[in-house]
Design a protein around this ligand. Sequence first.
Ligand code: 5RP
Length: 222
Amino acid sequence: MDQNELKKAVAKAAADYVKSRLDERTVVGVGTGSTANFFIEYLGEFKHDIQATVASSEETARRLKALGIAVIDLNSAPEISVYVDGADETNEHLHLIKGGGGALTREKIIAAVAKEFVCIADDSKLVDVLGHFPLPVEVIPMARSHVGREIVKLGGDPVYREGFVTDNGNIIIDIHNMSIVDPRKLEQQLNQITGVVTNGLFAMRPADKLILGGKDGLKTMS
Ligand code: 5RP
C-alpha cells in the first residue's frame, strides 16, 4: 500500500470505530488534512446517524457541507463525543505535532473539548523524538518578530510561513531544527510567549487512541 492507501485505511478504521459507538447525541469533531479528508468521505456514508459535526477548519467545514453533513458551531454543541484527526508526527506516548495545514488552534480547541481524541496516521509519522517535522506556532501578526526572538532563545530556528493566513487571521511561524525531548515542557514554554495563540504540540492533551497504518496492517495504540 502506498501512503495514500494507508491514510484511507486508517480513516476507514476510525469511521468504523465512530459508527460502532453512535448514539443520538453523537457530535463528531472533524480534523483537517489529507487523512482527515478520507475520514470525511467515510463519515458521509452514515451522516444521517450522527447528530452533527464540528469542523476544525473552514476547509473541513466546506467539505462536510458539500457531502450534506451537518456542521455546527462548537458553542452550540452540548459535547463532542469523539474527535478524529491526523497528525504530522507522533511519539509512542501519543504526543503529537499538528498544524502542518495551519489549523492547529481550532484543532486544539476541539481536542480540549472532546471526550475522546482518535488520531489517524500512516506509520511514517511515528518517531522516537518529535521535531523532525517543523513545529507550527500560530502568532498574532504584530508579535511576529518578538515571538521569533523568543523561539531562538529556546533553541529553535523560527521560519515565517510566507503568504499563509490562518482561519483566525493570524500568521504561522514554523520551528525548525529542534529535538523535542520534553514535549509537555516545550508546549507550556511556547504558550507563555506573549503573542503566541497556540503551538502545534499536543502533549498536555495527547491523543487517546492512535490508529497507525503500515505495511503489516493497522495497529492501534492507546
Ligand atoms: C492540519 C494538521 C493535519 O492533521 C496534519 O498536517 C496531517 O496532515 P495529513 O493528514 O495531510 O498528513 O494538523 O493542521
